[in-house]
Design a protein around this ligand. Structure first.
Ligand code: FAD
Length: 418
C-alpha cells in the first residue's frame, strides 16, 4: 500500500472487492484468513479515506441505539466485536471512560439513563470494559473540567472503546495483504458488465484503463455504491440514502473522559471526546442527496456543534476555535416508513445473480462490527464455491504488525487531505 505508486494487478481474480473502506478491507482480510489469496481490492484514493476516516472513532455497542428494541442484537454484536478488537489491536482500539450527565432541565430522566446503562452492562456481560456507576461531582469535574455546573444535576460513568478509524482500516488492509490479497490504491472502478467470462470491471489508474474479470464482486463502495451501479446500468435492489454527519476538531479542552451529551430540543445525542491531543466534537445528522465526492461540512452544521457545546460546557467556543472539520456519510438502505434518524444502523447485503456469478452490495454497517459483516459476506462466497474454510480474523496471527501512517495524515492536517 504505497501511497505514491500505481498498484499492479492480474487480469483475473476469483473475488474483486470495490472500495477500500473498513468493509472492503474487512472482506479481503476475512477471505485471505481462509486461504483465499486470489482477491483484489480496488480503492480510488488511499485505503480508509472515505467514510471510514470520518467516523466518531468509537468502537462501541452504541448506547443510543438501545432506544429501539429492534436494535438490541446490533448493540450486542457491537459489544462483542468491541471486546475482540481491544484484544486484537490494543495499540489502536482502547477503552475510554465516558460521562453521561443528567440535565437539570429537560432531557432523559435519571431513571431512564440508569435503565439504559444497566442494559448496556447486561449486554456486555463477560466482555465488559467496566460497569457503569454514579459519579460524585468532584470526580466528574476532575475528569471533565469544562462541564457547566449550572446545567447538570448528576453524572453517570460508563465505558466504551475509541480508535483511530483510518489506522484501523489500514491495519485490516495490510493484514489482508500480508495473507496474500492484492490491494490496489489509486485505482477507480469505472463500470462493470457481465458475459461468459463473468463480471468485467473497467479500472482507471490515472490515464491508464484496464479490465479485470471475476466470478464474485463485492460492492463495498459505501456512499458511492449506487453511483457505480448507475454507471454500469445495473438497477439497485433497494433504494439507499446518505445521511451526512459532521465533526469539528478544537484544541485540547482538558477532558480525561468522553462526554455523552443530549440536546433535548431536537432529541439528538452528541459527543465531546479527547482524541490524539485534541477535542473531537460531533455529530450532526442531515439528509444528503448530492454527489458523494462533494459532501463537505456546512457552516450551519459547524455552528450547530459550537452552539450545543457552548450551552453545556463552561468553555465558550467560537468559529475561530475550529481547527478542522470533516463530514462523512452514513449509507443506509432507505426505510420509507421511518424518519431519517430512525433508520436502523443494521446492515443489509443485496445480491445480483448472473448464473453462479454474484455481486454483493453492502448497505449500512458500523466500523465496530465490520468483522462480523465481512465474515457474513465471505461465508456466502466460499459456500457458493463449495468451500468449507473458516474465518480466522479473530486470531492474532492473522493480523499485520503496526505501520506508521504517512506524516501528512497526522492530526489535524489529515482532514484537509482526505
Ligand atoms: C458521521 C459518522 C460517524 C460514524 N461513527 C461511527 C462510530 O463512532 N463507530 C462505528 O462503529 N461506526 C461509525 N460510523 C459508521 C462507519 O463509519 C461506517 O459504517 C463505515 O466506515 C463504512 O465503511 P465502508 O467501507 O462501507 O465505506 P467507506 O469507508 O466509505 O469505503 C468506501 C470506499 O470506496 C472508495 N470508492 C468510491 N468510489 C470508488 C470507485 N469508483 N472505485 C474505487 N473505490 C471507490 C472510497 O474512496 C471509499 O474509500 C459512522 C458513520 C458516520 C457517517
Amino acid at each position: 500500500m504505497d501511497n505514491q505508486s500505481v498498484s499492479k494487478f492480474e487480469s483475473r481474480y476469483r473475488v474483486v472487492i470495490l472500495g477500500g473502506g473498513i468493509h472492503g478491507a474487512g472482506v479481503a482480510h476475512d477471505l485471505a484468513s481462509r486461504g483465499w489469496r486470489d482477491v483484489l481490492v480496488v480503492e480510488k484514493s488511499i485505503i480508509g479515506s472515505g467514510t471510514s476516516a470520518k467516523s466518531t472513532k468509537l468502537i462501541h455497542g452504541g448506547l443510543r441505539y438501545l432506544q429501539h428494541p429492534r436494535d438490541f442484537p446490533l448493540v450486542a454484536e457491537g459489544l462483542e466485536e468491541r471486546a475482540l478488537l481491544v484484544k486484537l489491536a490494543p495499540d489502536i482500539v482502547k477503552p475510554l471512560p465516558f460521562i453521561f450527565p443528567v440535565l437539570k432541565k429537560g432531557g432523559m430522566p435519571r431513571f431512564m439513563i440508569k435503565i439504559g446503562l444497566w442494559l448496556y452492562d447486561a449486554l456486555s456481560l463477560g466482555r465488559s470494559l467496566g460497569r457503569h456507576s454514579w459519579l460524585n461531582p468532584e470526580d466528574a469535574f476532575r475528569e471533565a473540567p469544562i462541564l457547566d455546573k449550572s446545567v447538570f444535576k448528576g453524572f453517570y460513568r460508563f465505558f466504551d472503546g475509541q480508535t483511530d478509524d483510518l489506522v484501523l482500516t489500514q491495519r485490516v488492509a495490510s493484514s489482508a495483504e500480508k495473507l496474500g490479497a492484492t490491494i490496489a490504491e489509486h485505482t477507480e472502478a469505472v463500470a462493470m458488465t457481465h458475459d461468459e467470462n463473468g463480471w468485467s470491471i473497467t479500472l482507471k489508474q490515472g490515464e491508464k484503463t484496464s479490465v479485470v474479470t471475476t466470478k464474485y464482486v463485492v460492492n463495498a463502495l459505501g456512499p458511492w455504491a449506487h453511483e457505480f451501479l448507475n454507471a454500469s446500468k445495473i438497477k439497485p435492489k433497494v433504494s439507499g440514502i446518505n445521511n451526512q454527519g459532521t465533526h469539528i476538531i478544537v484544541r485540547d479542552l482538558g477532558l480525561r473522559s468522553g462526554l455523552f451529551l443530549q440536546s433535548p430540543e431536537d432529541s439528538r445525542i452528541f459527543f465531546v471526546l479527547p482524541w490524539k491531543g485534541y477535542t473531537l466534537i460531533g455529530t450532526t445528522e442531515d439528509n444528503y442527496d448530492g454527489p458523494a465526492d462533494e459532501c463537505r461540512p456546512e457552516e450551519h452544521q459547524i455552528n450547530y456543534l459550537i452552539e450545543r457545546c457552548n450551552r453545556f460546557l463552561s468553555v465558550k467556543l467560537s468559529r475561530a476555535d475550529v481547527i478542522q472539520s470533516f463530514s462523512g456519510m452514513r449509507w443506509l438502505a432507505a426505510d420509507s416508513k421511518s424518519g431519517l434518524s430512525d433508520t436502523s444502523r443494521s446492515h443489509l447485503i443485496t445480491e445480483h445473480l448472473q448464473g453462479t456469478d454474484v455481486m454483493y452490495t453492502i448497505y449500512g454497517g458500523k466500523l465496530t462490527a465490520y468483522r462480523a459483516l465481512a465474515k457474513e459476506i465471505a461465508e456466502k462466497i466460499v459456500k457458493s464455491f463449495g468451500d468449507r474454510s473458516e474465518s480466522k480474523t479473530h486470531l492474532q496471527e492473522m493480523w499485520a504488525e503496526p505501520k506508521p501512517l504517512a506524516v501528512d495524515l497526522d492530526i489535524p492536517q489529515r482532514f484537509s487531505k482526505l
